[in-house]
Ligand binder design. Structure first.
Ligand code: C2E
Ligand code: MG
Ligand code: MG
Length: 655
């Protein structure tokens, strides 16, 4: 073998070895890049390695990887290796500046030799700019990604065409992998963004739902007790009506109002009043069943919706609600006896829709309160607000104008002497068509319309006149007249009474004015002023219906009263009910300790009378002795009744 051939072969073998070496290196590089791109390290690490490998491949001082922005208006050096690498990485340039734009526009690598290809405009520009730099496009399967640029050779020689080929080949090999990785990265970022957005959306949704619920709750519940408010109650009534209609069965609406709540508020303050409402609400709630709705309509008014309930069921619930109030309610150091009046309305008899049912229940409640019953079931006759109401009001006005309302007189028996000592004047209205209308039906109408003032004067007039008639028959009685709370706010009342007394020439002591606790407590300061003037005039004052109101003993002490009338609801049951007997006994003792006389009203049997006598009650009034009588019948009673027969002719001062 000739030496020449030998050396040729050796060279060839070396070349082949180098090529093999290079191919192996390329393969290794590809494997490495594929691995990094797929690894957790992420694209930044992959680009850094690509840049470094390219730099080593070309013996370049610096390699950069500029990547195009999505809209292709700028590019960013995503990675760099070698000199100034750190400074370059992350820098962003507009597409018009630098080689990257040129490469993008021409879709071919940039090399010094490219200068020949430049057109006139470009040449001036790039000729000035072009240093020792080559740039090849970095292209994926689907798009142009950017490029890979090498700047300055380590030995300061120029880049050769072979360098350009090497870099271009290198770029082709990493292009697809990079594109995929970039897609993956974008996808991941987009997924993350979507996920974050979804989470945010979910959170705002939850928040919105919560706010909505809160708003709905606020709109539909009473803030004090947390119970459903009027709107929600009406809604529940509507639902119950729909169900009832579908199943052809009745439902019931109860309306409940606390007695004398206003006085608690006025004398002990709103805080105590509020607590009382909350506690009472809890008591009611605990005596109801799951499907029932307890709501607060406002003030001291509650409503109870009973789906699928007959009149009998409603009555049982009303009794349960009343039972719930039998124990006193303790608030702070005070103990309150709370009473309530309940009105019951049944669908469909008492109204076809929520508003008419509410109205019926309201009217029934009002009647219960007036009649001092624990509850009342609606009856059309109660309905003073129906079209008849207006005509009733007209008739009432007319009755007062014509002085048609009369007074009945109910005798009062002195238990100490056995004498009839006086009487109570009770208003009676005989309606021309409707017959007898009880006071608890027409007096509220008078109170609502201001007619109560002329009406009271008429009754006073009749009472004084009757007193004078009795005296003419040699019977000196006291006569009691009921005042309404509106009278206690009327500053002219004392003068008007004074005029009546002097005109009939009766002694002021013969006139007793009955006022309920609640009438006084309605506006205590003002009432006390007027009561004091009446007392100074020599009239006597009596607290009517004692025990039914919220009794403030401190006021009682300040009032110029001389008599307590124990409410008939205690008296009626005292013979059977130990508690009521206790209340009556304590009231008598309390009254005596305060220097007051006691009258028991509503005495219906001998046993009660005996008990009262044993308790040292001073006077008694009730059906046992006599029902309220017309003026003529009262004279007749005085002449013929065994009660009166026992009487000596009374002294004017003893009642
Ligand atoms: P009141 O002042 O407590 O009058 C006593 C009521 O009890 C009267 O009812 C009387 O008829 C009734 N009563 C008397 N004895 C018995 C009894 O043994 N058993 C029962 N169950 N009841 C008995 P009336 O006449 O229906 O009056 C009811 C209320 O109307 C009165 O209660 C009073 O608050 C009011 N009232 C009556 N007349 C007038 C008036 O002229 N002016 C004012 N402002 N109110 C009046
Ligand atoms: Mg009375
Ligand atoms: Mg009374």
């Amino acid at each position: 073998m000739c030496p020449q051939a030998d050396s040729n072969t050796r060279n060839r073998i070396r070349e082949l070895e180098q090529l093999l070496h290079q191919k192996e290196a390329e393969l290794a590089l590809l494997a490495e890049i594929a691995e990094i791109v797929a690894s957790e390290e992420g694209l930044d690490a992959a680009f850094a390695i690509i840049a470094e490998r390219a730099r080593a491949l070309l013996d370049a001082k610096t390699v950069t990887i500029p990547l195009l922005s999505a809209d292709q208006t700028s590019y960013t050096y995503r990675a760099a290796a070698g000199l100034n690498a750190e400074e370059l990485t992350g820098a962003e340039l507009p597409i018009e500046v630098g080689l990257c734009g040129w490469v993008l526009r021409h879709h071919k690598p940039w090399w010094r030799g490219t200068l020949e290809d430049l057109d006139e405009n470009e040449r001036n520009y790039w000729e000035k700019k072009a240093g020792n730099i080559i740039l090849v496009p970095l292209v994926g399967k689907r798009r142009f990604l950017g490029g890979i640029a090498a700047i300055d050779k380590l030995d300061d020689s120029n880049f050769t065409e072979r360098d350009l080929d090497l870099l271009a080949m290198f770029s082709r090999q990493v292009g697809f992998a990079v594109e995929n990785a970039m897609y993956l990265e974008e996808l991941q970022a987009a997924t993350e963004r979507t996920e974050a957005y979804r989470r945010q959306l979910e959170q705002s949704n939850r928040q919105l739902l919560r706010t909505n619920e809160e708003l709905e709750h606020l709109a539909l519940h009473d803030p004090l007790t947390g119970l459903p408010n009027r709107s929600l109650v009406i809604d529940r009534v509507q639902q119950a009506i729909l169900n009832a209609r579908r199943n052809q069965e009745p439902m019931a609406l109860l309306m409940l109002d606390l007695d004398h709540f206003k006085e608690v508020n006025d004398t002990l303050g709103h805080l105590v009043g509020d607590k009382l409402l909350i506690r009472v609400g809890e008591r009611f709630q605990s005596s109801l069943r799951e499907p029932d709705t307890l709501g607060r309509l406002g003030g001291d008014e509650f409503a109870i919706v009973l789906p699928q309930a007959s009149q009998e069921d409603a009555q049982i619930v009303a009794e349960k609600l009343q039972d719930a109030l039998r124990r006193p309610v303790d608030i702070d150091q005070n103990s309150f006896s709370v009473a309530a009046s309940i009105g019951i309305a049944i669908y469909p008899e008492h109204g076809p829709d929520p508003s008419s049912l509410l109205r019926s229940a309201d009217i029934a409640m009002y009647v219960a309160k007036r009649a001092r019953n624990e509850f009342a079931i609606y009856q059309p006759e109660y309905d003073t607000y129906n079209p008849d109401h207006l005509s009733l009001l007209r008739d009432l006005r007319e009755a007062i104008r014509r002085n048609d309302i009369t007074a009945a007189f109910q005798p009062k028996l002195d238990l100490r002497t056995g004498n009839i000592v006086g009487m109570e004047a009770l208003a009676r209205w005989q309606h021309p068509e409707k017959g007898d209308i009880p006071p608890y039906e027409f007096i509220p109408i008078l109170e609502q319309t201001g007619l109560i003032k002329p009406f009271t004067l008429q009754i006073l007039e009749k009472a004084a006149d009757y007193c004078a008639q009795c005296r003419a028959k040699k019977m000196e009685f006291s006569v009691a007249v009921n005042l309404s709370m509106h009278n206690l706010r009327d500053d002219r009342l004392p003068d008007q009474i004074s005029e009546i007394i002097s005109r009939h020439d009766i002694a002021p002591r013969q006139l007793i004015l009955e006022i309920t606790e609640s009438a006084i407590m309605h506006d205590p300061e003002h009432s006390i002023g007027i009561l004091e003037r009446l007392n100074e005039m020599g009239l006597r004052l009596s607290v009517d219906d004692f025990g039914t109101g919220y009794s403030s003993l401190s006021y009682l002490k300040r009032l110029p009263v001389s008599q307590l009338k124990i409410d008939r609801s205690f008296v009626k049951t005292m013979a059977r009910d130990k508690d009521d007997a206790m209340i009556v006994r304590s009231t008598i003792e309390l009254a005596h300790n305060l220097g007051l006389d006691t009258v028991a009203e509503g005495v219906e049997d001998e046993e009660t009378l005996e008990q009262l006598r044993a308790m040292h009650c001073d006077m008694a009034q009730g059906y046992l002795i006599s029902r309220p009588l017309s003026a003529d019948n009262f004279f007749h009673f005085m002449l013929s009744s065994p009660w009166a027969a026992r009487s000596e002719l009374p002294e004017p001062d003893s009642a």
